[in-house]
Design a binder for this molecule. Structure first.
Ligand SMILES: Nc1ncnc2c1ncn2[C@@H]1O[C@H](COP(=O)(O)OP(=O)(O)OP(=O)(O)O)[C@@H](O)[C@H]1O
Length: 582
């Protein structure tokens, strides 16, 4: 099967836009945020609808109070004025409380959405080897880490700022359209709807280029952060190379590219802001134009000046509020363009992760299940065998040249295998194929023993230590059958890569192995940083614990711990020889 990387169509990538694809990706994200009617997010949204509806009722009451003030003042009715002032004060207090509760629920929802979306992305990212394929083999997805951490957070925040305005819009639009029609006849609602349609079309045109530029800006933001992370995690090596000057230049270059993109985004946003602000101010004038029509056509000629001012005040409120409902929707276009950019980035990541899972050769399209190396489920085969390779050919993902051709070998209990060969001949790649990180080009690979303590463990060339205490790295020190001359005590709180020497890290990996005591240990130059004495101690330890070893290495000293040698000779050739035991 061809490597996944070749399946990734770099050239087929479409520019992210506010299109049907956006709608599909947005809806698929909503299904993650609102998985069922009884989910917490749905309940929060329901509460928000309740709060905003009550808020709108109060706003209406507050809005019509000025017209009642006009009436009370023109009638010089002190009692009515006093009651109105008290009522206005109470309503305003209630309104501000409800508005704050509304904002509070929106913030809570943003956090809750982030939790649901990030957890769902994590589930896919850490399933099988998706994180490996995504970071190492796929070129079509930039900065997955940034998409999961920053873009998700921003998407949820922007959506939460939109939600309370959006969910209430249908109610306010219907209600105020009716009120507007009641006061001004058909001319009011028709002109306001026309104004909204023109505003929406204009903003849609202005938003187009913003979505793709925002997408690009987020990519460059990730690249810039990655550069700093690279320096942070390789600070010592960089310092030995005196790489400060070069790295300074390269990091500045990334910053400049990012800032150029940010400026271009701002230039595009300027036109959108001009559009949005023009529609906002036009909206303010439009309400008076609408009200003027029945007044100048003599509809209200029979009213006294006091009644007319009260009516103008009430009508003005209704029209202005309806226009402001539409203006708010138009204002959302800047937020919507952000939401579209982030939706595309997260949607694309989800699609690629699904694709990786689907294209795995162990994926069963009928059941949707995939063979999981983390579980105890393994292909059936002889009990005393770890791997069976039959006519296996493999190559690196971005090359057409086969590293090894038609390799047939059985790795069985008690037969320790040493894999040797020049640099780049495909030794580690063989382990990648065995571990199903890479798919073989042809042939048949079978792992007949489970991965884990009772089965097979891999010790990669570059030791992997997670965050946590030293004890957590090896689980417990009690089973160490060899004294590990680690210069660090077990109380060390954080065991990071830059604290331990490469030799100490390799010893720690062996400590893990001695603790877990697998049946098979696959060691990729696992003792390259140790002295021959220490190497001997480690290998003897493994043998005492009954492990069968598959080692990769250049040292001749390794031969005495193995029974068979597989030499990779380059250009696809290989040789299998029996080793003489001392
Ligand atoms: N992720 C990758 N993407 C593309 N090519 C890769 C990748 N990893 C390794 N290769 C290429 O595959 C070839 C074999 O690499 P491999 O790591 O198997 O070499 P090796 O025999 O283990 O070498 P060494 O003795 O230095 O460890 C090399 O040419 C390497 O550049």
């Amino acid at each position: 099967m061809p490597p996944l990387a070749r399946a990734s169509g770099k050239g087929m990538k479409r520019r992210p836009k506010l299109d049907w694809r956006f709608v599909q990706r947005f809806c698929s994200i909503q299904r993650v945020l609102f998985p069922s009617w009884s989910s917490q997010n749905v309940l929060m949204l329901g509460t928000l609808v309740g709060v905003t509806l009550t808020e709108q009722m109060i706003i209406y009451q507050v809005g019509v109070i000025p017209s009642q003030f006009y009436e009370a003042l023109s009638d010089k009715d002190y009692g009515a004025f006093k009651n109105l002032a008290g009522l206005a004060f109470l309503l305003i207090l209630l309104n501000s409380t409800l508005k704050s509760v509304d904002q509070y629920i929106c913030s809570l929802m943003s956090v809750s959405w982030r939790k649901s979306l990030t957890e769902s992305l994590h589930r896919a990212y850490f399933q099988g080897n998706v994180y490996y394929t995504l970071n190492v083999l796929r070129e079509d997805i930039d900065n997955p880490d940034q998409r999961i951490s920053q873009d998700t957070e921003r998407l949820c925040k922007q959506m939460s700022t939109m939600v309370s305005r959006l969910i209430i819009s249908p109610f306010t639009l219907v209600y105020y359209t009716y009120q507007c029609f009641y006061s001004t006849g058909w001319i009011g609602p028709v002109s306001i709807f026309g104004y909204f349609i023109v505003g929406t079309i204009t903003n849609k045109i202005l938003m187009g280029p913003i979505v793709s530029t925002l997408f690009e800006q987020e990519k460059l933001e990730g690249d810039f952060r990655f550069k700093h992370m690279q320096i942070r995690s390789n600070a010592e090596s960089a310092a030995f190379y005196r790489a400060g000057k070069v790295e300074h230049m390269r990091t500045d270059r990334r910053l400049q590219t990012l800032l150029r993109c940010q400026k271009s985004l701002m230039n595009k946003e300027l036109w959108l802001y001009i559009g949005v602000n023009t529609f906002d101010y036009l909206g303010g004038i439009l309400s008076y134009i609408i009200i003027s029509i029945p007044i100048f056509s003599g509809v209200y000629n029979n009213l006294s000046p006091g009644e007319l001012s009260a009516l103008i005040s009430k009508n003005a409120f209704v029209c202005i509020y309806l226009i402001s409902c539409f203006s708010q929707l138009i204002d959302l276009s800047t937020t919507l363009s952000d939401v579209a950019g982030y939706t595309h980035r997260i949607g694309e990541l989800r699609e690629v992760m699904d694709d990786i899972l689907r294209t795995r050769c162990d994926y069963d399209p009928a059941s949707g299940d995939s063979y999981d190396f983390d579980s105890d489920k393994v292909h059936s085969g002889p009990v005393d065998t770890a791997f069976i390779l039959d006519c296996v050919s493999y190559k690196s993902p971005f090359s057409e040249q086969l590293l090894v051709e038609e390799l047939s070998i059985k790795i069985s209990q008690g037969s320790n295998l040493l894999v040797v060969g020049n640099t780049g001949t495909g030794k580690t790649s063989l382990l990648r194929v065995l571990n199903r990180l890479w798919e073989a080009d042809s042939g048949y690979v079978q792992m007949t023993t489970c991965f884990g303590p009772r089965g097979i463990l891999f010790l990669p060339q570059k030791p992997y230590l997670t965050d946590g205490t030293l004890r957590e790295q090896i689980k417990d020190s009690k089973s160490l059958s060899l004294s590990l001359s680690l210069s660090l005590s077990l109380s060390l709180s954080l065991c990071r890569y830059d604290v331990l020497s490469p030799g100490e890290m390799q010893r720690l990996c062996f400590a893990r192995l001695f603790y877990l005591q697998p049946k098979y240990a696959v060691l990729d130059e696992a003792t390259s940083a140790l002295t021959e004495d220490a190497e001997g101690q480690m290998y003897r330890g493994c043998k005492q614990l009954g492990m069968t070893l598959v080692s990769l290495g250049h040292r001749r000293s390794l031969e005495k711990y193995h029974d068979v040698s597989l030499k990779l000779c380059g250009e696809g050739r290989w040789e299998l020889t029996k080793l003489k035991q001392e």
